[in-house]
Design a protein around this ligand. Structure first.
Ligand code: ADE
Length: 244
């Protein structure tokens, strides 16, 4: 059984539509949807926003459904200035950008875990599905829709993702993150929390983030429409293929 998490229903709505033999269990105020995608058993859940929500959901998912791996799919704001709307970040390590227990521990270090970043092991099949999706992009997203959101030839970048309990929507904070965390690709609000839970429970974890905004003053404008119309198509395109 593979666990699939996103923060919002809109991010996985199209994948949920193709879930077969669906059964829903409510635990801790969240709906866990089990079933099959092609022949792969999955459990899909929306964590809600933020690190605490994500950690609650992941812990419950692991203890109740015993997944062999967990995949997170969702949207993120770009920190790397070369990233554009619609690009995909395949997360290779996760950091909590709002973790700061100085002077007791170095900035960003998770106290008593002894590290500030959690590395992921690249799942070659998942990465290949991301590439296949991108190579056949216009079979999944129409040219009109891509145009509506200013998406041009999306690219894939492997790299570091930062999470914190803050929606980043100003240039100063955006630049500060760029300076504080070398090679940071994008920012969101859940991934590093899911990564920490998976690290502590020793469950393989993978994460894909689709760039919905540039974490600047206009970050919120297209966010709801992008999530519903575009991000959901990425998740279905990539994960349906992954489960086949
Ligand atoms: N998720 C998508 N865009 C984001 C942003 N700008 N800040 C935090 N989380 C996000």
């Amino acid at each position: 059984m593979i666990g699939i998490i996103s923060a919002m229903h809109d991010e996985l709505a199209e994948l949920l539509d193709i879930l077969q033999d669906k059964k829903t269990v409510v635990l801790g105020n969240r709906e866990y949807h089990t079933g099959n995608i092609t022949n792969q058993k999955v459990v899909i859940v929306f964590s809600k926003w933020g690190k605490v929500a994500a950690a609650i959901t992941t812990t419950q998912l692991i203890s109740s459904f015993k997944p062999t791996k967990i995949i997170f799919s969702g949207v993120a704001g770009a920190i790397n200035p070369t990233l554009n709307i619609g690009d995909i970040v395949y997360g290779t390590s996760l950091i909590q950008h709002d973790m700061d227990a100085t002077p007791l521990f170095p900035k960003f270090e998770i106290p008593l875990l002894g590290k500030s970043t959690i590395e992921t092991i690249v799942d070659e099949k998942l990465y290949q599905c991301v590439e296949e999706f991108n190579n056949q992009y216009y079979e999944y997203v129409s040219p009109e829709e891509a145009n509506e959101f200013g998406i041009k030839s999306p690219k894939i970048i492997k790299g570091i993702i930062a999470s914190g309990d803050e929606f980043i929507s100003d240039n100063i904070k955006q630049k500060q993150l760029q300076n504080d965390i070398p090679d940071l690709q994008c920012v969101e609000m859940e991934g590093a929390a899911v990564a920490q839970v998976c690290d502590e429970y020793k469950i393989p974890f993978h994460i894909i983030r689709i760039i919905s905004d540039k974490a600047d003053h206009s970050a919120h404008i297209d966010f709801p429409a992008f999530t519903k119309q575009i991000a959901s198509k990425y998740a279905k395109g990539i994960l349906e293929n992954y489960c086949s």
